[in-house]
Design a protein around this ligand. Structure first.
Ligand code: PBG
Length: 330
């Protein structure tokens, strides 16, 4: 008997054999590209800690969507940065709010082609930077959810296909579903940020969205980073409440959570490759310490392998551009 009897190396012999045996693939259509639209600026503004990403104007965001569509990206997630903020975040549900206007314009320009998702949260719109309204320095769950219902309806009215509540309030999905339905938006989907952790990986985003809490932190509503079983519970609750799709966020330090949620639920699962995950890659690449193209491929395939079928990522354009050449990197 010859040794060894098992030779997995046979299938690694040539690029074509490796391609044939590969278990995981990704296409630009699997990526969701997050975009920031800021009210009251005359030109797009670079986000320092997220090289290559911009706060867009209502004009520049059209061009950005157009570029991404040409690369095969079809889904976008919008964040608004309003010109003024108040205690209840009233800018979030105005018909002429920045996100509503951006979505309406993009819909008008590109028709039904792209999938448009609206992040639903208050932190960009409140003067205190918390994701809900305050009662004695604490975010009041039920009052906040009532506001989320109004925001969801106004985002749907502007043309959003998907409403993505990210505030981590209890009962938010059921409440949003019922107000969408009551207002005739039975056809709009909910992508629930089901397991969103109180993470340091959101740092650069808070600069991008102007959403840093003015006091305290988000640990009384976002999840504790030590917990995985709780993520499964959150995911199940959101599915029971009517979520069409769910999300785990961040991605890279939570790949086990992605896997656990994938196995426990059967709705489409997204993972958010968040701002600091992006910033770390960009910072190291700028110093030529890493090969950005190969790193990005490996990160995105890893998230997919863990069980996420959609990936929300700031690398979307770069990755989509590189995908035809990924075989050379494999
Ligand atoms: C808002 C929101 C945050 C992110 C997405 N939606 C920030 C936060 O909760 O502080 C983070 C995204 C990223 O870091 O890329 N609730």
């Amino acid at each position: 008997m010859s040794f060894p009897t098992e030779r997995p190396r046979r299938l690694r012999t040539t690029p074509a054999l490796r391609r044939l045996a590969r278990e995981t693939a990704l296409a630009p259509q699997d990526l969701i590209y997050p975009l920031f639209v800021r009210e009251g600026i005359q030109a797009p503004a670079p986000i320092e800690a997220m090289p290559g990403q911009l706060q867009h104007t209502l004009e520049s965001v059209i061009g950005e969507v157009e570029d991404a569509l040409k690369l095969g990206i079809q889904t976008f997630l919008f964040f608004g940065v309003p010109a003024s903020k108040d205690a209840t975040g009233s800018g979030a549900w105005q018909g002429d709010g920045i996100v509503q206007r951006a979505i309406a314009r993009i819909r008008e320009t590109f028709g039904q082609g792209p999938v448009l998702a609206a992040d639903l949260c208050l932190c960009e719109y409140t003067d205190h930077g918390h994701c809900g309204v305050l009662r004695e320095q604490r975010v009041d769950n039920d009052e906040t959810v009532a506001i989320y219902q109004r925001i969801a309806v106004s985002q749907a009215a502007s043309g959003a296909d998907i409403i993505a509540p990210s505030g981590m309030m209890d009962g938010q999905v059921a409440a949003i579903r019922s107000s969408l339905d009551e207002n005739g938006f039975t056809d709009r989907a909910i992508l629930a940020y089901a397991a969103k952790y109180a993470s340091a990986f959101y740092g650069p985003f808070r600069e991008a969205a102007g959403s840093t809490p003015q006091f305290g932190d988000r640990r009384a509503y976002q999840m504790d980073v030590g917990n995985a079983r709780e993520a499964v519970r959150e995911a199940r609750l959101d599915v029971e409440e009517g979520a069409d799709m769910i999300m785990v966020k961040p991605a890279l330090a939570f790949l086990d959570v992605i896997r656990a949620v994938r196995e426990a639920t059967d709705v489409p699962l997204a993972a958010y490759n968040v701002s600091a995950e992006y910033a770390m890659v960009k910072a190291a690449a700028e110093r030529s310490w890493i090969d950005e193209r190969r790193i990005v491929r490996e990160i995105l395939l890893g998230i997919r392998r863990a069980g996420a079928q959609m990936i929300i990522t700031y690398h979307a354009k770069d990755a989509a551009r590189e995908m035809p050449c990924w075989e050379e990197l494999a």
